[in-house]
Write a protein that binds this ligand. Structure first.
Ligand SMILES: C[S@@+](CC[C@H](N)C(=O)[O-])C[C@H]1O[C@@H](n2cnc3c(N)ncnc32)[C@H](O)[C@@H]1O
Length: 293
């Protein structure tokens, strides 16, 4: 490449970076979510993907479109946060929760209802799976399901899913807890009643409020979006929201940073299940009231 061509490419890359930074700033102002701390390559790829759909040739061109169309910010947020999920996704993990972990948490909890938090719940498949397991075992408890995408939360509250969403769900759970509807299936009322959907950003909001800490937090396939430093920050906040003896469930693609080894013990490496140790600070600190969810 000649010196002039290299300079030109450099200038172009700078202009792209600046436009992308402004796009993320507009997104933050309009949706409340700050994507500047997400993995840059992932965000860039997904913005490009949205640009292709709209026929925008450059980041600057797309920025003009974003500024001109109020609803575009939400469409971009939805494009960046792809919500691939299924009921009982990665079945081995749910088998463990169903057979061992939820019954054990219920036993040690006595009569207190279990508190479960499903962070980054997408359309709600994972949260409803957890609620089905509680319902099946007759365990009292509720699930706080949270996500940054308001459209996903509304879909979750409705509880309708296409048949393919249930491919991994054991037949007994499907038959008992899903009702056929013209759009596929709907999760039955008693399972839906256990789940509350919240708009919540794991990076900037404190955990959902409540008088007790969480017995189980599931945060699967969310941290992969974030850069390493933010992953660590999010894990610290989730860890602080866990009751002593509570369980953290991460997706198979994720692993907590070494610093959390002092407060979490690995229960199952493959399923990424961790037990919250009864740390002095955890026992002494007040539960995470916040009011931001
Ligand atoms: C791939 S889906 C995972 C859904 C489900 N947890 C699972 O594993 O099947 C990732 C979800 O994380 C959500 N998400 C991304 N960033 C988030 C943040 N900062 N706070 C809360 N949720 C977030 C996305 O909107 C998306 O719904």
């Amino acid at each position: 490449m000649s010196a002039t061509a290299a300079e030109h490419a450099d200038t172009r890359a700078h202009a792209e970076d600046a436009a992308l930074a402004t796009i993320l700033e507009v997104l933050r102002e309009r949706t409340g979510t700050d994507f500047s701390r997400y993995r840059r390559a992932t965000v860039r790829r997904r913005v490009l993907n949205r640009m292709i759909c709209l026929g925008a040739n450059t980041f600057e061109h797309y920025l003009d479109m974003l500024l001109a169309e109020e609803g575009e910010a939400l469409s971009l947020l939805q494009r960046i946060t792809i919500k691939v999920s299924r009921f009982y996704r990665n079945s081995a993990t749910f088998d463990l929760l169903r057979r061992d972990i939820l019954p054990e948490l219920a036993r040690t909890n006595g009569r207190r209802p279990l508190r479960i938090w499903c962070a980054g719940c997408g359309y709600g498949e994972e949260a409803y799976t957890l609620a089905m397991l509680l319902e099946e075992a007759g365990i009292p408890g509720t699930v706080d399901a949270s996500d940054i995408d308001p459209g996903a939360l509304s879909a979750g509250r409705r509880g309708w899913y296409p048949p393919s969403a249930f491919d991994e769900l054991p037949a007994a759970l499907h038959t008992t807890f899903c009702e056929p509807s013209e759009r596929g299936y709907r999760v039955c009322e008693r399972v839906r009643a256990r789940v509350s959907f919240w708009r919540h950003d794991v990076i900037s909001d404190a955990p959902p409020p409540g008088e007790e800490r969480f017995d189980l937090v599931s945060c699967r396939n969310v941290l992969i979006y974030l850069d390493a430093e933010v992953q660590h920050q999010v894990l610290r906040s989730i860890d602080a929201a866990l009751a002593a003896g509570g369980v953290l469930c991460l997706g198979e693609a994720e692993w907590p940073s070494a610093a959390l080894g002092q407060t979490l013990r690995t229960m199952n490496h493959k399923a990424r299940l961790f037990r919250a140790l009864p740390m002095h600070s955890r026992a002494a600190a007040p539960p995470p009231f916040a009011g931001s969810a």
